[in-house]
Design a protein around this ligand. Structure first.
Ligand code: NAD
Length: 467
């Protein structure tokens, strides 16, 4: 078969790229190594983790918050098998949705490992080892990433696990040790802490979610300690682990240089992810690698080989599904001669703990480092009528704006449903709104979104109305 474009990898970057290519009239095929579409995000990432986060949140609320609302429950218990089964059904219905989208857009799907024979020929090897070759004018590599491991801490995938195994446990851990206080560790730690596990987080840096605005990590840590009894061990360097059957012992060096030991029945290693390019045969097409295992690309996401592009987790930038999607669309439009653009500074980051955490634009630390004059306005959810009604009064919205022009430079939030609220900040910043612009917009009352307006009022002239 001959194609205009072949996409390798069917995660959010790859399948969206394929749809956009097809919409633009290009004859398109997509190759997927596993027998389902959707990649890490849909099968063992964003979607199943959200399903478990939602289920565990219901349980936690039933156990700890319902009585305050006047709802009495007896005999409350967790059916983990059902919870995991439901998660599987959520994933499956999304798998089916992507298959439908491929058919609707007349995109040919090949299941098997895609690898370059040369610049324009791609071999697909299926699970039985059967091979076929397809010809293409352009290729988009969207093969994603896989979990980083620690050399002294080999995974056994039973007791020492990554997020993939943590999404399908058959029992609730008694004591879960989490190595890495980033997004995965805190989201999956929340799932099991809500279901009753004692969770201990060992983090190398002095802050959790260290790449986000520091105020967010500080507030999240306070809340997770209070609401889910998380224990944090900051500035600790993990040095080893021994698997003793039912128990794993993890050793780490504390900030004083002393060795401390942790004992748990499960250890989740969540220290980041690395680009996945194994078996792609990049050398056969002459594609050059960049730093840290990434594929090197230019501003149009084209590799050193004209006509071969790479997007998402295999290239520089945040390892986020929505960033990969934007890149997929950009490449498709670039291929047909359009002039698309991505503002990488406005890719929001979200953590689906409860409360949720989100940020976009520059952090306060980055503005200080740039020496940029800025002003800051915050509004706490404890002053929000909507938050009081639902009982979600933890957290705040912080708006950073240019001191002279009042243009919004960064918005950082922690609070109820702010994973959705961050979209308002992205929209405002994409249109280069000032804090006063947003402060003068009517926000429905009572909503959590009013906190955004109030934080903008606070940033404008320190004139928040409800605090
Ligand atoms: N909600 C979301 O958008 C979401 C959810 C899950 C994953 N992801 C993405 O997946 C990727 C992987 O997530 P992650 O949580 O594994 O990575 P991460 O980069 O978010 O966090 C890793 C954490 O581990 C720490 N760390 C690194 N080495 C360590 C060591 N040896 N000992 C102790 N701590 C160590 C880091 O300082 C960091 O805090 C990220 O890029 C993330 O953005 C996103």
């Amino acid at each position: 078969m001959n194609y205009d474009v072949v996409v390798i990898g069917s995660g959010p970057g790859g399948y969206v790229a394929a749809i956009r290519c097809a919409q633009l009239g290009l004859k398109t095929a997509i190759i997927e190594k596993y027998n389902v579409l959707g990649g890490t995000c849909l099968n063992v990432g964003c979607i199943p983790s959200k399903a478990l986060l939602d289920s565990s949140e219901h349980y936690h609320n039933a156990a700890h918050a319902f009585s305050e609302h006047g709802i009495e429950l007896g005999n409350l218990k967790v059916n983990l098998t059902q919870m995991i089964k439901r998660k599987g059904e959520v994933v499956k219905s999304n798998n089916d949705g992507i298959s439908y989208l491929m058919k609707k857009n007349k995109i040919d799907t090949y299941f098997g490992l895609g690898s370059f024979v040369n610049k324009n020929t791609i071999k697909v090897t299926d699970a039985e080892g059967k091979e076929q070759q397809i010809e293409t004018k352009k290729t988009i590599i969207a093969t994603g990433s896989k979990p980083t491991t620690l050399p002294f801490l080999p995974l056994d995938k039973k007791r020492i696990i990554t997020s993939t195994e943590a999404l399908s446990l058959t029992e609730i851990p008694k004591n879960m040790i989490i190595i890495g206080g980033g997004v995965i560790g805190l989201e999956l730690g929340s799932v099991y802490a809500r279901l009753g596990a004692k969770v201990q987080v060992i983090e190398y840096m002095d802050s959790i979610i260290p790449t986000m605005d520091r105020a967010l990590g500080k507030e999240l840590m306070r809340i997770l300690k209070k609401s889910l009894k998380f224990e944090f061990f900051m500035s600790h360097k993990v040095t080893g682990a021994t698997n003793e059957g039912e128990v794993v012992k993890v050793t780490a060096e504390n900030p004083k240089g002393e060795t401390v030991t942790f004992e748990g029945d499960y250890v989740l290693v969540s220290v980041g992810r690395k680009p996945y390019t194994e078996g792609l045969g990049l050398e056969n097409a002459g594609v050059q690698m960049g730093e840290r295992g990434m594929i090197a690309v230019n501003d149009h996401l084209e590799t050193n080989v004209p006509g071969i592009f790479a997007i998402g987790d295999v290239v520089r930038g945040a390892m986020l599904a929505h960033k990969a999607e934007e890149e997929g669309v950009l490449v498709a439009e670039h291929i047909v001669g359009q002039k698309p653009h991505i503002n990488y500074n406005l890719i929001p980051g979200v953590v689906y703990t409860w409360p949720e955490v989100a940020g976009v634009g520059f952090t306060e630390e980055q503005l200080k480092e740039q020496g940029r004059a800025y002003k800051s306005g915050s509004f706490p959810f404890k002053a929000s009528g909507r938050a009081k009604a639902s009982g979600d009064t933890d957290g705040f919205v912080k708006v950073l704006a240019d001191k002279e022009t009042d243009e919004i430079l960064g918005v950082h939030m922690i609070g109820p449903r702010i994973a959705d609220l961050i979209a308002e900040a992205v929209t405002a910043m994409e249109f280069r709104a000032s804090a006063e612009d947003v402060a003068r917009m009517s926000h429905a009352h009572p909503t959590y979104a009013e906190a955004m307006k109030e934080a903008c009022l606070a940033a404008t002239e320190n004139r928040a109305l409800h605090i």
